[in-house]
Design a protein around this ligand. Sequence first.
Ligand code: ADP
Length: 481
Amino acid sequence: MFEKETKSIFIDGTWRDVNSDKTETIYNPATLEPITDVANGGANETTEAIEAASKAFKVWSGMTGRERSRILYKAHELMMDDAERLGEILTTEQGKPLKEAIGEVKGAANFLLWYAEEASRAYGEWIPSSIKSKRLLVIPQPVGVVGAITPWNFPSSMITRKIGPALAAGCTVVLKPAPETPLSAIEIVKILEKAGMPNGVVNLITGDAEAIGNTMLKSKDVKLITFTGSTKVGKYLMRESSNHVKKLSLELGGHAPIIVFDDADIDKAVSLALASKFRNNGQTCICANRIYVHESVQEAFNKKLKEKVTELKVGAGNEDGTKLGPLINKQALQKVEKHLADAKANGAEVVTGGDKWDGGLDGYFYQPTILANVTDEMLIMNEETFGPLMPVQVFNDEDNVIDKANDTDYGLAAYIFTETTSRAIRVSENLEYGIVGVNDVFPAVAEAPFGGIKQSGIGKEGGHHGMDEFMEMKYISMGIN
Ligand code: ADP
């Protein structure tokens, strides 16, 4: 599927040759076999890309929303037509089951469609003045050049969720994908190129994260950094953005609770909990990290949960029926092992799983694991595991479980399973999270605002709110006769 080297730096409409002395090898996480080598860019390439994006900003922001929209529509179409192949590439570099990968690509294309539609709808305001001789206008304008830094867990949709609204708003972009998964990024940029994106509007740099990031941070021309990744790097970007008072949009870590109330539909609750915890092998920032089950339904829930978890198939993402692929790398496996060891040392019981998965593949696989007798102090109840461990705790009081759910510095997503409307509303209102799923664990859609509070981030992605991030509201005050 791939040549030995793949061009991965795209500046001002031109793919740069790979400098063979400076490359990064991309590995298939299921087999640890090399896929291809990509370019290892740094400060020089990023500076050039920012210059190209600044020049292109004049052209792109001067086009009408309709004109920008046509290119985004075309890109959406091209992406949908090629979803299967793009899904295979995604599975090869990231490891998730092919069905999930194709689903991600289609979801990624959907962001392009949604923002193609929004591009023509960036409305301003006409504010009724309290003074007769004045007229007050508010007009939205694109912020300028955007630096987009994306993670490896959703190599396709995290890109379009950022660059879709940025481009629709009239911004130009310098994109830095995760070093583990540049291949999906390359495909997206090729699609935009094919769709007729003018030169310099989208630029791609793979390579040294710190050098690329620092060049974006130091540049006065980069007006906004949009980032998805760890809270640690997010805080760093926030600190360094203060030098030029850059705008920021940050999607950081999470520690999502699921609360299963006594009035939940247990079959539904089990299948939703599984879907939330084991999608992408637990490597999503909105994955369930801890499950609280009401004592009156715990027996039924736990029995069914164990049955279902035991049936989950682990393996390479491109094998039929695989539900859990490999973890992304060795550090990810080590974190899972650390959380499990800590839980066991402090009294947790392994209900099922609890070890590496050995199916004859070299990648970093782990068994889907349920833990009982977990306590609040354990690492697993406080830090993001980003792996297939599911700690389950019993509760008996609504107020108390809400306090426990809120007792974290994170505030991205929380889930409640209940069949009672007033409880659904009451508890949703009291959860300190940016997103609450009520009998729903897939809240991320193109048309709705996704984003965390507390240390889970700043700003929203998706919906018209997602486009607001990339625009400044200019106020024009006019005196008239
Ligand atoms: P993870 O640990 O899940 O990989 P990171 O926050 O380290 O999360 O990575 C998310 C993205 O941020 C990746 O594209 C990564 O290369 C990038 N990144 C990591 N460190 C820096 C940095 N100092 N400056 C800019 N980007 C960075």
